[in-house]
Write a protein that binds this ligand. Structure first.
Ligand code: AMP
Length: 430
């Protein structure tokens, strides 16, 4: 009898209920990606190994221990991709996407590969969905990525999640923090594992996500080394989250296991299952572009969520939300204060069950209105600097071109009126 083959260990066939759950998550992700203005990207499963060794960092667990790397017949060193951000940045640079209007907003839903130790919730092939905003960085963008994830989780019926968040500083304040951390680790050398002893010299931040030694408990915290700009940036992200009522918890020891992070970093965890591994994470990665060959830093921010772990939560507590229609409303804004109000209004519309789109990454009103037009929405809401101060918005009926200023608190009611009018005009009369 010939040999009976099995799926490689740590990998799974996806069919039946598992497949249906995958499809549900994919649908909700696509739907939200379009609402928040992200377009899809698919990169190859294999990349030049350098994309990861330079991008994620040589002394990370992923690169040091978990990559499936091999030589091609021609002798090129390649790896199965262990994550999605570095390949997306590689594609952004390769295709000169910086010459297009910024930022570029991509989402992906793809399989990834890490040679992990076998344990619950850790697979060797797993799926992630992710959002990347490249070419522009701001606290509003960081916050909005987190808000988009909460929107997806909400649509999947997952409510018991919070985001743990920290700020690891820019290059300058991080180097001061590294110095202090190295000093502390040297004093603790005897209690460090072999990896961390090595990492103290090469990359001390990586010792903070070591699962073997507990040296990090009293370690210096990045937050104490932030410069004024970084502190303000962190504060702004937290303010956005507060405003949107996103449950967050500052975690001064959070650094994330990839070297490309700079600035805000965060992880999503279930508030119900204390033992559960995190379901996703992300942050700012302004320096990745340089590691991948760009001449200067390109501001960027992104998140990656583990699909299997999202499905686990969905099965435990989720009920699938309704499929929403194409957005009928677009919110455009001009200026910092307006952006804040627009973000809040955006979520109020969503909560009221009205599908709404935006383009908060873009600052030019013209390009925002162009997008609204392309999407064929019925109503565009404009919050300019003046309106933000007056607590008002401009409602533009896209068909007639008529505009009126209304109180922000009446925006939903007045928008509904216009949509109802349009619907009754477009329904056939018998
Ligand atoms: P990372 O790219 O390491 O930040 O991981 C982001 C998310 O992907 C994690 O929070 C997990 O949900 C998921 N993930 C990472 N590694 C694995 C794995 N080996 N098996 C299953 N899910 C994973």
């Amino acid at each position: 009898m010939s040999k009976k083959f099995q799926c490689p260990s740590g990998m799974h066939d996806i069919f039946g209920e598992r497949y249906e759950n995958f499809e549900k998550v994919m649908e909700v992700v696509k739907r939200n990606a379009s609402i928040y203005g992200f377009r899809g990207i698919v990169t190859p499963v294999i990349e030049d190994s350098g994309v990861f060794t330079s991008g994620i960092g040589r002394s990370t667990d992923i690169v040091e221990k978990e990559m499936y790397s091999f030589k091609t017949k021609r002798g090129d060193n390649v790896s199965l991709r262990p994550e999605g951000t570095a390949p997306v940045m590689r594609a952004y640079l390769e295709h000169n996407l910086y010459t297009r209007p910024q930022p570029i907003k991509f989402f992906y839903f793809s399989p990834f590969f890490r040679y992990e130790r076998q344990q619950a919730g850790r697979y060797r092939q797993f799926w992630q969905f992710g959002f990347e905003v490249i070419g522009k960085g701001s606290p509003a963008i960081d916050a909005q990525i987190i808000i988009a994830v909460f929107s997806i989780l909400g649509d999947l019926g997952i409510e018991n999640v919070k985001v743990k968040i920290n700020h690891i500083g820019d290059e300058k304040c991080r180097s001061k923090f590294k110095l202090a951390l190295r000093k502390y680790l040297k004093e603790k050398e005897a209690s460090l594992c072999e990896d961390c002893k090595k990492r103290t010299k090469e990359n001390p931040l990586r010792t903070l996500d070591c699962k073997k030694c507990s040296a990090k408990e009293n370690a210096p915290q990045a937050a104490n080394y932030l410069c004024r700009d970084c502190r303000e940036e962190f504060q702004k992200v937290l303010e956005f989250l507060e405003e949107m009522e996103i449950p967050y918890e500052p975690d001064p020891l959070l650094v994330r296991g990839l070297d490309y992070y700079t600035g805000v970093v965060y992880e999503f965890v279930s508030t119900k299952e204390s033992s559960l591994l995190e379901i996703g994470g992300g942050g700012r990665y302004n320096e990745l572009s340089v590691s991948l060959g760009a001449e200067e830093e390109i501001p960027a921010s992104g998140v990656a969520m583990g699909v299997e772990r999202v499905i686990d939560l969905m099965k435990k507590e989720g009920k699938i939300g309704k499929n929403r229609e194409n957005p009928k409303v677009f919110i455009a804004q001009l200026g910092e204060m307006a952006k804040k109000k627009a973000l809040k209004l955006f979520e109020e519309f969503r909560k009221a069950g009205l599908d709404v789109a935006e383009s908060f990454g873009r600052d030019s009103l013209k390009s925002q209105l162009g997008r609204a037009d392309k999407m064929g929405v019925l109503v565009t809401i404009i919050i300019g600097k003046e309106e933000a101060i007056e607590d008002k918005v401009i409602l533009r009926d896209m068909e007639s071109g008529k505009q009126e200023k209304v109180e922000i608190k009446n925006a939903i009611k007045e928008t509904r009126k216009i949509i109802k009018e349009r619907k009754s005009k477009s329904s056939p009369s018998f």
